[in-house]
Design a binder for this molecule. Structure first.
Ligand code: ADP
Length: 406
C-alpha cells in the first residue's frame, strides 16, 4: 500500500466534504495550519461512467468506476485514502466538516450534526433546492462510513446571520416574511469569513478594528461589508441570484421583470428561473461565462465583451460605494475567488473608478498578484488586497474549534 509517509502519527486533521447531487469533493486538512494532505473528487454519482480523482503526495490517481449512490462515493473516498495515502488510521481525524449551503435563520455557527440538525437542514430544502439535498446526503453517508468521527455542518449562510434586521429584511408583505421565511440570507459566508480575518492578519491590525469590503468574484459572485469581523451587509439575498453580475446570473434586476416577460413572451416561472440562473450574466451578454474569454475579446475590440466588462465593473463599483456608506468608513478592500485572484483587469478597473475617493492602485503589484498581495500604493486611502480564498481551511478550522479546541 502506498502512503505519503509524511504525516506524523497523532496529527490533527479534518476531512472536509462538499457533497453535491452528483459529486463529492473532499480535502484532508490540518485545521491548525490549513495545510492539505490530499484532495479529491468523486464525480458522476448516479450517472453512467463515474470517476474518482485523488491527489496526494504520491501524485494524482484517477480511475473510472460506477458510482451508483453517495454511499458508494464515500466508500470510494475511503478506499482512495487506503490505497494512495495518507492512511486515515494514522491521523487523528477530529471531525468530518461538511459544507452546507443553506442554514436559514436557524444556524449562525458551525454545528455538530444530530438527527435534529438533519431535520432542520431538510426543512430548509425549499430555500436551496439545488444544494441542500446533496449536502444532506453527504452528511448522512459520512455518518455511516465514519461512525466514530464527529460530523460538523458549516453553513454558507452562517457568517451573514450577524446582518442587522434593516439589512436582512425585504420590504414585502408580513405573511411572506413570517410564513415563507422570505428575507436576505447571503452566501459564500465561509469565504467572506476567511478572507476578512486573513486580510486583518496581513494588514497587521485586529479584525475588530477594521471596516472591510470583501469581493468574492468566482462563477458566483458576492460582495460583503464586514465591520469588526462581522458581516453587516451582503449582496446575495434569499437566493444566490441577487447582487453582482456573475458568470451566468444577472445579479440585481427589476422585480417587475417576471411579470413583464410573462406578458410579452409568455414566460413561465421555470423558464424565467433557468434564464436567470444559467443563461444570464457574462454568458447572456457575450456567449461566454468565462471572464478570461471576455477580457481577451475585449482587448481584441469586441463591443459585446467591452459592454459586459463595463457592466460587471459598474455593478462592483456600485456595491463598493454602497458598502462604504453602510460601514461609514473603509479600511480595506479584499479581492478573492477566480476573477478576484486572477484578473488584474477587473481589479484595476474597479480601483481606478474609485480614484476620486483617494484609492490608488500599484499597477505593477496588481499585474503580478495571484497570491496574497497588497495592490494599492502607500498613499491609497484604502488598502486593496488580493487574498486567495480557502474555504476548506475555514471549514476545517471551524469544525475543529467546535469539537476539539486546541
Ligand atoms: P467557482 O465559483 O466555480 O468556485 P472560481 O472561484 O474558480 O469559481 O472562479 C471561476 C471564474 O474565475 C471564471 O469565471 C473564470 O473566468 C475566472 N478566472 C479564472 N482565471 C482567470 C484569469 N486568469 N483571468 C480572468 N478570470 C479568471
Amino acid at each position: 500500500m502506498a502512503t505519503t509517509g509524511e504525516l506524523s502519527p497523532g496529527t490533527r486533521r479534518v476531512l472536509v466534504v462538499n457533497a453535491g447531487s452528483s459529486s463529492l469533493k473532499y480535502q484532508l486538512v490540518d485545521p491548525d495550519t490549513g495545510a492539505s494532505d490530499a484532495t479529491g473528487l468523486v464525480e458522476r454519482i448516479g450517472l453512467p461512467a463515474g470517476r474518482v480523482r485523488h491527489t496526494c503526495a504520491s501524485g494524482t490517481h484517477t480511475h473510472e468506476t460506477t458510482v451508483p449512490d453517495h454511499v458508494r462515493a464515500m466508500e470510494l473516498l475511503r478506499a482512495a485514502f487506503a490505497e494512495h495515502g495518507p492512511d486515515l488510521a494514522e491521523v487523528e481525524l477530529v471531525a468530518v466538516g461538511h459544507r452546507v449551503v443553506h442554514g436559514g435563520a436557524d444556524f449562525s455557527e458551525p454545528t455538530v450534526v444530530t438527527p435534529a440538525v438533519l431535520d432542520a437542514v431538510r426543512r430548509l430544502i425549499p430555500l436551496a433546492p439545488l444544494h441542500n439535498p446533496g449536502n444532506l446526503q453527504g452528511i448522512e453517508v459520512a455518518r455511516q462510513v465514519f461512525p466514530d468521527v464527529p460530523q460538523v455542518a458549516v453553513f454558507d449562510t452562517a457568517f451573514h446571520q450577524s446582518m442587522p434586521p434593516e439589512a436582512s429584511t425585504y420590504a414585502v408583505p408580513r405573511s411572506w416574511r413570517e410564513q415563507y421565511r422570505v428575507r436576505r440570507y447571503g452566501f459564500h459566508g465561509t469565504s467572506h469569513a476567511y478572507v476578512s480575518r486573513r486580510v486583518a492578519d496581513l494588514v497587521g491590525r485586529p479584525v475588530e478594528e477594521l471596516a472591510t469590503i470583501v469581493l468574492h468574484l468566482g462563477n458566483g459572485a458576492s460582495a460583503t461589508a464586514v465591520d469588526g469581523g462581522r458581516s453587516v451587509d451582503t449582496s446575495m439575498g434569499l437566493t444566490p441570484l441577487e447582487g453582482l453580475v456573475m458568470g451566468t446570473r444577472p445579479g440585481d434586476v427589476d422585480p417587475g421583470l417576471p411579470r413583464h416577460l410573462a406578458e410579452v413572451a409568455g414566460l413561465a416561472v421555470e423558464d424565467y428561473d433557468r434564464a436567470l440562473s444559467k443563461e444570464s450574466g457574462l454568458l447572456g451578454l457575450t456567449g461566454s461565462a468565462d471572464m478570461r474569454d471576455v477580457g481577451r475579446r475585449m482587448e481584441e475590440g469586441d463591443p459585446d465583451a467591452r459592454l459586459a466588462f463595463d457592466v460587471v465593473v459598474h455593478r462592483l463599483v456600485h456595491y463598493v460605494g454602497a458598502y462604504a456608506a453602510v460601514l461609514g468608513r473603509l479600511d480595506v478592500i479584499a479581492f478573492t475567488a477566480g476573477i478576484g485572484e486572477h484578473s488584474p483587469l477587473v481589479r484595476a478597473a474597479v480601483v481606478e473608478r474609485l480614484a476620486g475617493f483617494g484609492l490608488r492602485l500599484d499597477e505593477a503589484a496588481n499585474e503580478a498578484a495571484h497570491t496574497e498581495a497588497l495592490i494599492s500604493t502607500p498613499e491609497s486611502s484604502v488598502a486593496v488586497w488580493v487574498v486567495p480564498t480557502n474555504e476548506e481551511y475555514e471549514i476545517a478550522r471551524q469544525a475543529a474549534e467546535l469539537v476539539a479546541p486546541a
